[in-house]
Ligand binder design. Structure first.
Ligand code: NAD
Length: 434
C-alpha cells in the first residue's frame, strides 16, 4: 500500500520504516528541512537502536523515501498518517493540537480518491472528530475517513515494539477504512499479534488511560520506596513480592527519580485536563502528577543529605541525563529538574551521558560535560547515577574511588548492590533501601 507519514520524529520515522519493512511504499514527510536532508544523506536524526540499518535497507529497496514537500506523496497515498508532536499547551496543560490541525488542513487540500487519514499522534478524545470536520470544511468533495491508531512504542525498544506489539489499537467506524487498516497491519495480524478494533473516541482514550496507568504504577512504587527507607524495608524485595501477583505484574515496579520523557508528563496532564473539562476528574492521576513533580526536587534533597547536608562548593558527578537508557531524548527528563536544583544549592555539576549530551548542552547551563564516566568523577565529591545505561552497570568502582575526592555513590536506579559498592570502598545510598 502507499503510505504517507506526516511528521518524521521518533514515532513517524520508526513507524514509517517499519511499515516499509512490511512491504508498503512509504514516504516520510517533515517540515524540518535539515531533518530530511540528513535522512536523505543516510543519517538518522535520532538515536534509536537498529533504526539506521532498518532505514538504510528500506531506502535501498526503494520502499522508503523522505520529503519536505508532502504534496505529491499525499495525493498518491491510500493512507496518510499524522504523527506530529502534541506537546503541552502553554498556560493550561491541555495537549497543543495546533500541529495536528495544521497537518489536517494540509492533507485536506491534497487528497485524491478515497484516503484514510490516521491520527497516530497521541490526541485527546474528540480530536478525530475535529480532524474530520477540518477536512470536510476545507475540501467538501474529499472522499476520506479519519481513523485513530495510537502508537505504543517505547523509545529505546521502538522497532521491537512496533514489530512485536502487545497490541495494535484501531479506532475506526467506517467499513472501507477498517479494511484498509486491516490490510496495512496484515503482517502483524498474520503473526497473531492482537489487533483491537474500537470506536474512534475509545481508541483515543485507550492511549491516555494506558500512559496514565503506567505513570501511576511508577509513582506508586516510588512512594513505597520512600516508606521503605523510613521503616527499614527493601523496595526491590517488596516489588518482587507484589509483582509476582499476576494481577499486579512485575514490570514497571522499579523506583527511581520520577518519570519523565516525551510522553508520560504531557499525557498525564492532558488527561487530567480532559477529565476536568468533562467534569469527571481523575483524582488518582492528578495526585500522580503532583507527587512526581515533587519527587524530582526531593531527589536533589536526597543527594544533598547524602553529601552531609551542605553541598555548596561540592562537585557532583552525574551519570545519565536522558529520561531512560537507549534514547537521546531529553524531553522532560528528571535531570532537567534535578541538576538546576543542585546548582541552586551551590553544587558544581559534571555530567556524562552516552547519547544525550548534544541535546543536554542546549537545555542545561554551567554543566561540565565529560567524555566518559571515569572523566566525570575526577575530583568529584558525589557520584549520582540518574539513568541506568548498561555501560554504567559494571563500572570499576575501585578505580572510580581512586579518582574521586570522596567515594559516595547515590544510586537513583538501584543498579548496584549496596554491599558490593561498600566492599569497593563506597558509601552507598540507593532508593528504598533499608
Ligand atoms: P517529534 O517531535 O519527535 O516529531 C514530530 C515531527 O513532526 C517533527 O519532526 C516536526 O518537525 C514534524 N512536523 C510537525 N508538523 C508538521 C507538518 N505539518 N508537516 C510535516 N512535519 C511536521 O515527536 P514524536 O516523539 O515522534 O511524537 C509524535 C506523537 O506521537 C506525539 O503525539 C507523541 O505523544 C506520540 N507518541 C510518542 C512516542 C515517543 O516515544 N516519542 C510514543 C508514542 C506516541
Amino acid at each position: 500500500m502507499r503510505v504517507t507519514m506526516i511528521g518524521t520524529g521518533y514515532v513517524g520515522l520508526v513507524s514509517g520504516a517499519c511499515f516499509a519493512d512490511f512491504g508498503h511504499e512509504v514516504v516520510c514527510v517533515d517540515k524540518d528541512p535539515s531533518k530530511i536532508e540528513r535522512l536523505n544523506r543516510g543519517e538518522i536524526p535520532i538515536f534509536e537502536p537498529g533504526l539506521e540499518q532498518l532505514v538504510a535497507d528500506n531506502v535501498k529497496a526503494g520502499r522508503l523515501s523522505f520529503a519536505v514537500d508532502g504534496a505529491e506523496a499525499i495525493r498518491n497515498a491510500e493512507v496518510v498518517f499524522i504523527a506530529v508532536g502534541t506537546p503541552t499547551r502553554r498556560g493550561d496543560g491541555h495537549a497543543d493540537l495546533s500541529y495536528v490541525y495544521a497537518a489536517a488542513e494540509e492533507i485536506a487540500g491534497l487528497i485524491e480518491g478515497f484516503t484514510v487519514v490516521v491520527t497516530k499522534s497521541t490526541v485527546p478524545v474528540g480530536t478525530g472528530d475535529e480532524v474530520d470536520a477540518i477536512i470536510r470544511r476545507t475540501n467538501p468533495d474529499a472522499q476520506f475517513a479519519v481513523v485513530s491508531n495510537p502508537e505504543f512504542l517505547r523509545e529505546g525498544a521502538a522497532i521491537e515494539d512496533f514489530k512485536r506489539p502487545d497490541r495494535v489499537v484501531i479506532g475506526v467506524e467506517h467499513d472501507r477504512a477498517r479494511e484498509v487498516m486491516a490490510e496495512l497491519y496484515r503482517p502483524l495480524s498474520l503473526n497473531e499479534f492482537p489487533v483491537v478494533y474500537t470506536s474512534r473516541r475509545t481508541s483515543e482514550l485507550i492511549k491516555y488511560a494506558g500512559n496514565a496507568f503506567l505513570a501511576m504504577k511508577i509513582t506508586f512504587i516510588n512512594e513505597i520506596a520512600d516508606l521503605c527507607e523510613k521503616v527499614g524495608a527493601d523496595v526491590q524485595q517488596v516489588a518482587k513480592g507484589i509483582g509476582l501477583d499476576g494481577r499486579i505484574g512485575s514490570k514497571f515496579l522499579n523506583p527511581g527519580p520520577g518519570y519523565g520523557g516525551s510522553c508520560f508528563p504531557k499525557d498525564t496532564i492532558a488527561l487530567v485536563r480532559t477529565a476536568q473539562q468533562y467534569e469527571a476528574p481523575v483524582r488518582l492521576i492528578e495526585t500522580t502528577v503532583e507527587v512526581n513533580d515533587a519527587r524530582k526536587l526531593a531527589m536533589a534533597e536526597k543527594i544533598r543529605r547524602a553529601a552531609g547536608g551542605d553541598i555548596a562548593g561540592q562537585t557532583v558527578a552525574i551519570l545519565g541525563l536522558t529520561f531512560k537508557p537507549n534514547t537521546d531524548d531529553m524531553r522532560d527528563s528528571p535531570s532537567l529538574a534535578i541538576i538546576p536544583a543542585l546548582q541552586k544549592m551551590g553544587a558544581r555539576v559534571r555530567a556524562f551521558d552516552p547519547e544525550g549530551m548534544a541535546e543536554a548542552r542546549h537545555l542545561l547551563s554551567d554543566v561540565h560535560f565529560a567524555e566518559g564516566p571515569y572523566q566525570a568523577v575526577e575530583d568529584a565529591d558525589v557520584l549520582v547515577i540518574l539513568t541506568e545505561w548498561d555501560q554504567f552497570r559494571a563500572l570499576d568502582l575501585k578505580r572510580m574511588k581512586t579518582l574521586m575526592r570522596r567515594p559516595l555513590l547515590v544510586d537513583l536506579r538501584n543498579i548496584y548492590r549496596p554491599h558490593q559498592a561498600r566492599n569497593d570502598g563506597f558509601e552507598y545510598v540507593g532508593v528504598g533501601k533499608p
